[in-house]
Design a protein around this ligand. Structure first.
Ligand code: DC
Length: 217
């Protein structure tokens, strides 16, 4: 029997690190859905379009996009762009892109297809609420905005200070939580895990301890 684990939560809550470790421990596949929205954002920006562009044009661009994964690397129209998806420019634009219903529709279809017949852990914002509402396990991973900003800073991929990152995180949280389509929220039946005072190992252990109470392990 295959099963799905949904890990949702705001940016910088450690979802991707924790999900990767869990996938390895449980010997199941991992899908980072945030990367997919980032790839679409990169494509729009590379073509010279932005938030003010008409939906008609963006829809046409979206039709040109194919997204594939190989060993957790994302291939956009056949090219590995994984390393270009966490730039400040993509990060600053991904919220408006992921708020477009037609973008979400294509990404959600793809996510369901990828995880169709295999056990998967998926991380994102709407996995437990929209993509796989019947997931066997649902977690909502969170942490304070400052903790999350420090973690992003320590990753060394941003040119900004901790304070600037914190501000941009709060802005993105507001945008993601208040958008009309699939807003970031705690899915029905999800267990909330606050990792502000937990390191990676402790967070993984906490999640596993919830799962050990059931029949997967
Ligand atoms: O997890 P992340 O920070 O890489 O996600 C980038 C953006 O994509 C984030 O601002 C919200 C959006 N996103 C989404 O709307 N739905 C998902 N399932 C995953 C990410």
């Amino acid at each position: 029997m295959t099963y799905i684990i949904a890990i949702d939560g705001p940016s910088g809550s450690g979802k991707s690190t924790i999900s990767q470790i869990l996938a390895e421990k449980l010997n199941i596949e991992y899908l980072n859905t945030g990367l997919m929205y980032r790839a679409v954002t990169k494509y729009f920006l590379d073509k010279g379009y932005g938030e003010k562009t008409e939906d008609k044009i963006l829809k046409k661009l979206l039709d040109e996009i194919t997204i594939d994964f190989k060993e957790n690397n994302l291939f956009l129209n056949g090219c590995d762009v994984t390393k270009d998806l966490r730039t400040d420019e993509v990060t600053a634009n991904v919220s408006w892109v992921s708020a477009r219903d037609y973008v979400r529709e294509k990404m959600v279809d793809l996510q369901r297809k990828i995880a169709e017949n295999t056990s998967f852990i998926l991380d994102g914002r709407d996995i437990g609420s929209v993509v796989f509402p019947n997931a066997k396990y649902k977690f909502y991973l969170t942490a304070s905005a400052l903790t999350r900003a420090k973690r992003r800073y320590d990753q060394g991929e941003s040119e900004m200070t901790v304070e600037e990152i914190e501000k941009s995180i709060i802005k993105r949280d507001n945008y993601d939580s208040n958008r009309k389509v699939s807003p970031l929220k705690v899915a029905e039946g999800a267990i909330i895990v606050d990792s502000s005072d937990l390191n990676i190992k402790q967070t993984v252990e906490k999640i596993l301890s919830y799962m050990e109470k059931s029949d997967v392990l």
